[in-house]
Design a protein around this ligand. Structure first.
Ligand SMILES: *[C@@H]1O[C@H](CO)[C@@H](O)[C@H](O)[C@H]1NC(C)=O
Ligand SMILES: *[C@@H]1O[C@H](CO)[C@@H](O)[C@H](O)[C@H]1NC(C)=O
Length: 425
């Protein structure tokens, strides 16, 4: 099961099996993403960046060191933590590249101890040294109050991010617990609810020696959905070295069984493209969508999307899943009414139908998928832009080519997500 935990954490970065990216710094020092590799003939949507060495998060690890955890257990937890965060990730914040991960450490039993605030650890060596010197023996206390540990994590995050420090970085708290105890002021639910509602992802690992159901049930309530794990197979840690995280992910954790990738998200006002619009936990892509509800010609919409976000472009529909997703985005936006109509990033240019890409990148020829309405495409000498149009009273839309300068409609924009390949300030 520890393998699972590691995979879960790694998934924060490894939302996909894509590694074919390179990136570079533009003149202002921000990281510019390379859009995505072009696989032969088949267009695919961008996957979340998957490079652990470019993980950018603020993390607090909370470890129960009450007697119930056992010396052996706490040592294996130490190994697990460094395996997950000590494999190339830039620890600390003293790098010219803003993509780094700060890691705070809290231990707790009857009381909590802040071992490392968010600024103490500044290298992988620091991480190893601190983790193994602190997490090698348990305390001689039987009490284990989760609320104390989670509460200390909350203050580590508050103090480490005061005055807007790294406010654009996602926060993750990982709790390793051997017991679920607490009533009244030691009830862990209020503090964990507070954290989660402020946007922190809370992951729990039950150190479960004898199938303690109340522990598992309790932690499932505390954790963010899909983020509660158990440590049944604690001795698997050693095997982790050989685990090919990415390939496991691509085969095992593709939809529907996957977690929210903390380090793959969209800016405000943008909706992350996922396998199913209505299922928050469906597989997420490294793609953000935004409906623009000011009527514009196709050509104006093309330029507007490029200006709405750096490297933005009029949205693509490489397959039916993306087509359906964009339609759900429109349906869920009260500015739209039936019949639904919006421009998409397809146009007739250079003798063929081509999809928009970030400015400066070659267009992508349409490949495979199409969903023209009956009797379309019409003569494209003058009708080179494409929009989605609800064709009948059925709640579906299909493609129609239109004059790119005269037909004003709403439109859908697209941009790459913020992830290990793309830092968003
Ligand atoms: C460390 O990262 C490399 C490449 O990023 C990967 O091949 C290797 O399996 C990872 N090792 C562990 C223990 O996660
Ligand atoms: C639909 O729109 C509402 C209101 O803007 C929003 O709160 C909700 O998250 C949207 N649904 C999805 C699945 O994005």
């Amino acid at each position: 099961m520890f393998k699972l935990v590691t995979l879960a954490l790694a998934y924060l970065a490894f939302a996909s099996a894509q590694t074919g990216y390179t990136d570079w710094f533009d003149s202002t020092g921000t990281v510019v993403p390379t859009p995505y590799p072009t696989p032969g003939g088949t267009n695919v949507d961008r996957e979340c960046g998957g490079d652990l060495s470019n993980l950018w998060l603020d993390v607090v690890v909370v470890v129960d060191n009450s007697k119930g955890m056992t010396n052996e257990g706490i040592t294996e937890i130490a190994a697990n933590i460094v395996t997950v965060f000590g494999n190339g990730t830039k620890i600390g914040n003293q790098y010219s590249d803003p993509r780094s991960t700060r890691l705070g450490i809290v231990t707790y039993n009857k009381q909590a101890t802040i071992v490392a605030d968010l600024n103490l650890l500044q290298s992988i060596d620091d991480l190893y040294q601190t983790i193994f010197s602190v997490l090698n023996t348990v305390s001689n206390t039987d009490d284990s109050f989760l609320a104390k540990g989670i509460g200390a994590a909350e203050s580590v995050l508050q103090n480490g991010r005061a005055n807007g420090v790294r406010s654009n970085y996602k926060r993750l708290v990982v709790v390793y617990a051997s017991a679920y105890k607490g009533e009244g002021e030691n009830d862990p639910i209020p503090v964990s609810d507070r954290l989660k509602s402020s946007g922190v992802i809370l992951s729990t690992v039950a150190f479960d020696q004898d199938g303690d159901e109340s522990l598992l049930a309790g932690l499932a309530v505390i954790a963010s959905p899909n983020y509660a794990f158990t440590s049944k197979d604690l001795n698997l840690v050693g095997e982790l070295q050989g685990v090919a995280l990415q390939s496991e992910f691509s085969s095992k954790y593709k939809p529907p069984n996957c977690f929210i990738p903390a380090n793959c998200f969209c800016p405000n006002l943008w909706t992350q493209y996922k396998a199913n619009f209505d299922d928050e936990y469906s597989y997420k892509y490294g793609v953000c969508i935004r409906a623009a509800t000011i009527s514009s010609s196709w050509t104006a919409a093309k330029f507007a999307c490029q200006n709405l976000a750096k490297n933005g472009f009029l949205a693509t529909e490489y397959d039916g899943q993306k087509h359906n997703f964009l339609f759900r985005v429109a349906q869920n936006n009260t500015a739209f009414t039936a019949p639904y109509i919006y421009h998409i990033g397809l146009s007739y240019v250079n003798g063929g139908w081509n999809w928009q890409q970030p400015a400066g990148y070659p267009l992508k020829p349409m490949s495979g998928y199409s969903t023209w309405n009956p009797s379309y495409p019409k003569s494209f000498s003058s009708n080179i832009g494409v929009l989605e149009q609800q064709f009948s009273s059925d709640l579906t839309v299909g493609w129609q080519n239109i004059n790119a300068y005269s037909v004003a409609e709403y439109y859908m924009c697209e941009v790459a997500s913020c992830d290990t390949e793309k830092y968003c300030s």
